[in-house]
Ligand binder design. Sequence first.
Ligand SMILES: NC(=O)c1ccc[n+]([C@@H]2O[C@H](COP(=O)([O-])OP(=O)(O)OC[C@H]3O[C@@H](n4cnc5c(N)ncnc54)[C@H](O)[C@@H]3O)[C@@H](O)[C@H]2O)c1
Ligand SMILES: O=C(O)C(=O)C[C@@H](O)[C@H](O)[C@H](O)COP(=O)(O)O
Ligand SMILES: [Zn+2]
Length: 381
Amino acid sequence: MTDHLDQQPNESRRVTVSGERPYDVVIGRHLLGELPGLLGTNVRRVLVVHPAALATTADTILEDLRAAGYDAFGAEVPDAEEAKTAQVAAFCWGVLGQADFTRTDAVVAVGGGATTDLGGFVAATWLRGIQVVQVPTTVLAMVDAAVGGKTGINTAEGKNLVGAFHPPAGVLCDLASLESMAPFDFVAGLAEIVKAGFIADPRILELVEANVDLLKDPAAAARSDVLLELVERAVVVKAKVVGEDLKEAGLREILNYGHTFGHAIEHVERYQWRHGAAVSVGMVFAAELARLAGRLSDEVVARHRSILTSLGLPTTYRGDRWERLLTAMRRDKKTRGDVLRFVVLEDVGRTARLEGPDPTLLVAAYAEVAEGATASSAVAL
Ligand SMILES: NC(=O)c1ccc[n+]([C@@H]2O[C@H](COP(=O)([O-])OP(=O)(O)OC[C@H]3O[C@@H](n4cnc5c(N)ncnc54)[C@H](O)[C@@H]3O)[C@@H](O)[C@H]2O)c1
Ligand SMILES: O=C(O)C(=O)C[C@@H](O)[C@H](O)[C@H](O)COP(=O)(O)O
Ligand SMILES: [Zn+2]
């Protein structure tokens, strides 16, 4: 399937996320004109949070908002994970305070998942919660970070340790913005689409397998109907899950597939790895864990490696970091007391939990993703 589609603005797709205040995720091309409609008529002031890389897009949004009668302010924040800190959140709170933002005003976050996590968190905490509209500009943020209301920042101890559940008022996924993405950043985002395929929608895996070359070219992929379908399918998976379990009482944990080990890699690497790349290795770790526990077939594990490798994503990690990874995994939000808990697969689309696995099983799974032969020998049990 390599059929390309030059979408007109009116050909957008809409996925509604249910909940106390249902909202739409709009997916299409050249959609920024829809932003004022999502903000509604009560809003007067708008803070547009963005990194320098999205300054041109943010300027266009600011002009449109001013033309539509809003008092619009910009807040440029650091790039990528550097934005997800208490200091950067405090900088944004300062801008909101200086401009007298009230409970009827709003934040618009324009950027990748790091920016939408930060912008959402700032909106969740300002006056205990004001509206946020998410304008994701990476494939990862479109299919995952901007949808579902998980917002947050990192602390020195770990990833996303401070945050709030704060659903957006709307999400605008303008696929045209993906054309400027660096190839590796683009494929890193595909890891979350692959995740959605493994946990809930096997058709996603077939589409990825059949379109690997297209998907490795951001400009071509961004214009294709393949990506439109993949983004829509992944958003549908996320919308169904968060619509049923916003606050992660149970079902929502499946969206964390591959993240226990993935977040640990990000922390150990001081956020120099892209989230999607770390989740890619994390999914292989989780698949190996399930296989070693006798719950997943060799074939499904091999399919993890083949899909992720074909996209150019990593499936291995250095073999001499076990103690640090384990320390980071103990701080995962799924951990209860001393019991580590993993989302695992029993088949494609069939998720389960593995609670308190034997340490030898964890080490064996680490050995399966470790580079070099050092993993088992470097581990002190
Ligand atoms: N809240 C959630 O449910 C959720 C879900 C998944 C991931 N996340 C979070 O999302 C973050 C990862 O998001 P990400 O992969 O989008 O990374 P990111 O936000 O760090 O962006 C990656 C890079 O792409 C650049 N970029 C963004 N848009 C661009 C564009 N259109 N053209 C060119 N460059 C562009 C950014 O400036 C950055 O350098 C992590 O912090 C992760 O924890 C959150
Ligand atoms: O939306 C969710 O729930 C997820 O777990 C989606 C993940 O892809 C995302 O990376 C999320 O930020 C992880 O959250 P955390 O609760 O493990 O910090
Ligand atoms: Zn993720």
